[in-house]
Design a binder for this molecule. Sequence first.
Ligand code: ADP
Ligand code: MG
Length: 704
Amino acid sequence: MPCWSWPETVAAADSDKGRDCSGQRPLTELPGVGPQVAARLKALGLACELDLLFHLPLRYEDRTRITPLNRVRPNTTVQVQGRIVHQEVRHARSRMLLATLADDSGQVMLRYFRFFPSQLRQLREGAQVRCFGEARFGPAGFELIHPQVVSLGRDGGPPLPESLTPVYPTTQGLGQANLARLVGEAVKRLQRGEIRLQDPLPPTAAGPALDQALLTIHAPGPNEDLAALIDGHHPAVQRLALEELLAHHLALSRLNQARARQRAPSLVDEKGLGKRLLASLPFKPTGAQHRVTAEILADLKRQRPMRRLLQGDVGSGKTLVAACALVVAVASGRQAAIIAPTEILAEQHFRTLTAWLQPLGLNLVWLAGKVKGKARRQALEALAGSADIAVGTHALFQAGVAFRDLGLIVVDEQHRFGVHQRLALTAKGQRGRLLPHQLVMTATPIPRTLAMTAYAGLDVSVIDELPPGRKPVTTVAASQSRREQVVERLRAALAEGRQAYWVCPLIEESDLLQAEAAETRSAELARSLPECRVGLIHGRMKPADKQQVMEGFSAGRIHLLVATTVIEVGVDVPNASLMMIENAERLGLSQLHQLRGRVGRGSDQAACVLLYRPPLGDMARARLEVMRETTDGFVIAEKDLELRGPGEVLGTRQTGMLRFRIADLARDAELLEPVQTLAGRLDPGAGSLIIDRWLGQAEQFVDV
Ligand code: ADP
Ligand code: MG
């Protein structure tokens, strides 16, 4: 099991902010590192030999033992060895390679959905092989999906390692073995004293010395406490986690010092636009909406750029709070922009905000990538002139877009945007020394333990109350085999005039396949429910078509909306009170929570059916259990953190939020206090060394 986990392929750190490699061997001098490998290494943030040492394993694999085939258990990672007794290429939906491996105790199936001719040879009948992979319970007993295979030959193959094998985060085009070899070489040089490391922490600070800790982590000895190494409580892990947290802490305080010198326009609503907006609404803001709006208005009044994160569960009414902030900027004679990650969501904002703000005399402009030609020219002209509020997608960041005087930027669902995109928009708003204010909104409830550290230097406001009258969504889990019964229940509900979403299987990451799956399912459902109108929406449709479908659903002309996860964020149709989610076992908790948040917005008791394909793994079972038990976004986020670790909760890949190599905020909370003490005692030179070592090429502390 992973000990600290984030996606095995980490995003390229495209920042060129190089680190100081002076006096060290550049990686291109190492054997086997040509320009191409060097480029891949650079994408991982690795520029010199020292960086290799600080490129830490994201987990370990236990290849020290061979598990007899009759001892294989489902959902465990195993190493097995034996003889191939049968091979077959099956032509189902696509070609599939099946091989049966046998030892004295039993058999297991090896299954490949993609394979090379060389694998056919390697897994021919009679071949002796050693395999490493995750065991699952398949249609014909235990199977390993895409296991790694080593041919054994006569000599019985390479000896088993005596200790755990580290697995490093890598990137496309750089194989694990190659990377592990490079790190291994650096580790050997450290061991022989050919690389010297400065250890700026006082020896009393924490456990083993730096070089010792690194050696243990990269190359744990056979007598090491392996369990502690995996769960992260090993002193070597703790030693490095302490230093990493310290690096973040130091960088953050430097960033805050720099920010204290920045200036922004003071925005005040002297015209009372906000009051007029509230008076025009059919509902009253909740206490929480009032409170966070006041926090934001106080920030906007200051001559310091606001950087505030507004956190509020799905349906908590963040749009209204954003609108209140937007009108303050306009009342002060400036412009404001609100951007959303998807066109559907941005369009919805445009509709809502137009309905609310146009009557107050505000001029709203829409800009998305698909806006072309004359419409685009007109939009750009307005942004440079009379527009008060810009609503759109990342198209607003792009070159060629210029604002007259942008005083406030609101970013919805911020975890979908990268730091660089936000930076680009901030730059557009810069007027001399004045920077625009920034409000970022997210429905991803960041657990309290993470919030402060995760959003480097953002102030946080939380909407902790839902509008009145909302009833928690009733949630059940059902096996896929009961789909027909679910459709029958759906038929009855639709007959009562209710509306529903049917969210389609996320088979692959590919848009195309998702769209196809949704198309097939919608056709099927339209056949089973001839009395209902079934709509379809997915990411590959033209924006105009998407909009038409969404409007049809909003207006009640479409009863059942079959969708891919494009509806995950922001879609707001209060009359929709039922949601079916297929293959729910494959989705993460926060994604399930986001999806489910689309229902339960009206007065009807809402329900959500999580359809899963058995057998369920432990993690999937635990996730569905959590979804059945609670609708509280914070509880769900805490559970998610428990089940997966912070890297994944925050979806670090696109976030631009903090990435940790080894620290784990959930696990290492006790380290935060010693970090503060140490930070106060360290001299600035040592501080710079630590920041550079851990964050040198990282983009997270780009000042945005
Ligand atoms: P989210 O925080 O998920 O973006 P929205 O801003 O889309 O939530 O609001 C969800 C729904 O609740 C919208 O239909 C909105 O008009 C409505 N709403 C917002 N605030 C209130 C309130 N105070 N009372 C009643 N309904 C509200
Ligand atoms: Mg929203």
